[in-house]
Design a protein around this ligand. Structure first.
Ligand SMILES: Cc1ncc(COP(=O)(O)O)c(C=O)c1O
Length: 411
């Protein structure tokens, strides 16, 4: 069993990406009919009435805040673990971020801390689904909070096709957002989509979309090239003979365990212009094609996750959410005391693991934040992703379980 296993991969085939690179250079990027078609199909797919495309999920979030008319200076309940641009959008819209501790079982807000942090000035709750786990959504019952004009936005970028009581995530709020960025389960070389079931919100979002600038072909081509590199270096054959040895070499010097490496931690003064270029019809066409394949890869990942849960339950705890059958397990996370030690041991056995590239926002010194949130520290510092993507085979998962069992038995 000398297979080498990468930490993750894109959801595209390399042949498909090379074709995409070629066509992205020549095709029309501004065909609104195709964009509308994708929006209709994606909305229907998600069980929502409407969807509107933007260049990023962060842009969709920005316009969701505008569409919902959230008053300046009001407080926004948000996850301390997410991408930094979401925080930048909150701050640059004149709103105040309030970080709530998370629950280790569902990676969503701890109910006691949530109730403590909600004040009459709270006007928005952002529900962020982390790593494809669906929490008990009854904790977001608006009537219980007794606040006028309280709005909810879901960020289900990591949880497309997750369900709560049979209904898909992205349908439990005023507006929800999804990111079609690289390695997401619906990846269109970037892009963000806002979903809503409310016609007025839809009209406002469409109006904002109309005013975006024309897309730059260069950005699209660059994204496809980055995806090609990711797909090639994580290809099982290439990984076995090349990438794995490079990683082992890098690992001697680098302490970085993050999935996609480190990201910039500094605040920004303005929202960059590159966030405000239209989503292209080329990406929309890619989205229409990709919608057909998501469930196949979801099912493979879900099957692998079940295997992990069964095979490793004596050694680790995992976030399980409200109903383990309705999670989507975008990443498979285990809680472990010393993730670096386990990572190193596994790497020697040919298995590459990683931790999240998301930021721990409550501890960003350049923003002046230093709030202690105990569970967040544990979720962030004491966890590791095991490889769990649909390009793997069952034999890979068996090998990982086997090697971990051996390590644990020797401890
Ligand atoms: C929870 C979450 N929100 C938003 C995003 C990113 O969205 P975008 O890069 O499209 O703005 C990501 C991507 O990693 C994410 O994981």
């Amino acid at each position: 069993m000398n297979l080498k296993i990468p930490r993750g991969s894109t959801y595209h085939k390399i042949t498909e990406e090379i074709k995409d690179l070629y066509f992205s250079i020549f095709s029309d990027l501004n065909n609104q009919k195709i964009i509308n078609q994708f929006e209709e199909k994606f909305a229907t797919y998600n069980g929502s009435k409407y969807s509107v495309t933007f260049p990023f999920a962060r842009t969709a979030f920005h316009y969701a805040i505008r569409s919902l008319n959230i008053e300046k200076n009001s407080e926004v309940i948000m996850s301390p673990i997410t991408i930094k641009p979401i925080l930048d959008v909150v701050i640059l819209n004149g709103l105040k971020p309030v970080f709530v501790d998370l629950n280790k079982n569902d990676l969503s807000y701890d109910v006691v801390d949530l109730k403590k942090k909600i004040t009459p000035n709270t006007k928005l709750i952002l529900i962020t689904y982390l790593f494809g786990i669906v929490p008990n959504l009854s904790k977001f019952n608006k009537d219980e909070f007794k606040i006028n004009n309280l709005k909810i936005i879901e960020d289900f970028s990591q949880c497309l096709n997750g369900k709560y009581k049979g209904k898909k995530t992205g349908n439990f709020s005023d507006i929800s957002i999804y990111s079609c960025s690289s390695i997401k389960t619906l990846d269109t070389y970037g892009g963000g989509v806002a979903f809503t079931n409310n016609k007025d919100n839809f009209r406002l979002l469409k109006e904002f979309q109309k005013n975006l600038k024309s897309p730059k072909r260069f950005f699209l081509v660059k994204k496809i090239l980055i995806n090609i590199v990711r797909t090639v270096i994580t290809n099982l054959f290439v990984f076995n003979f090349l990438t794995y040895y490079i990683l082992r070499f890098i690992n001697i010097f680098s302490k970085n365990t993050k999935m996609l490496g480190e990201r910039d931690k500094r605040p920004i003064k303005n929202l960059p212009v590159s966030w405000f270029q239209k989503y292209t019809s080329f990406q929309a066409q890619k989205g229409i094609q990709s919608l057909k394949n998501i469930e196949i890869s979801d099912n493979i990942r879900k099957k692998f996750s079940e295997k992990y849960i069964k095979g490793l339950k004596n050694f680790f705890n995992f976030p399980i959410g409200f109903d383990k059958l309705q999670n989507i397990y975008w990443q498979f996370l285990i809680y472990v005391k010393d993730p670096k030690e386990l990572k190193n041991k596994l790497l020697k056995k040919g298995i590459d693991t990683s931790s999240t590239s998301l930021e721990k926002l409550n501890k960003l010194p350049k923003y002046g934040f230093n709030f202690q949130l105990n569970n967040v520290d544990e979720i962030y510092n004491n966890s590791l992703f095991l490889p769990c993507f649909s390009k793997l085979k069952e034999k890979h998962i068996d090998k990982i379980i086997y090697e971990i069992t051996k390590i644990k038995e020797q401890e």
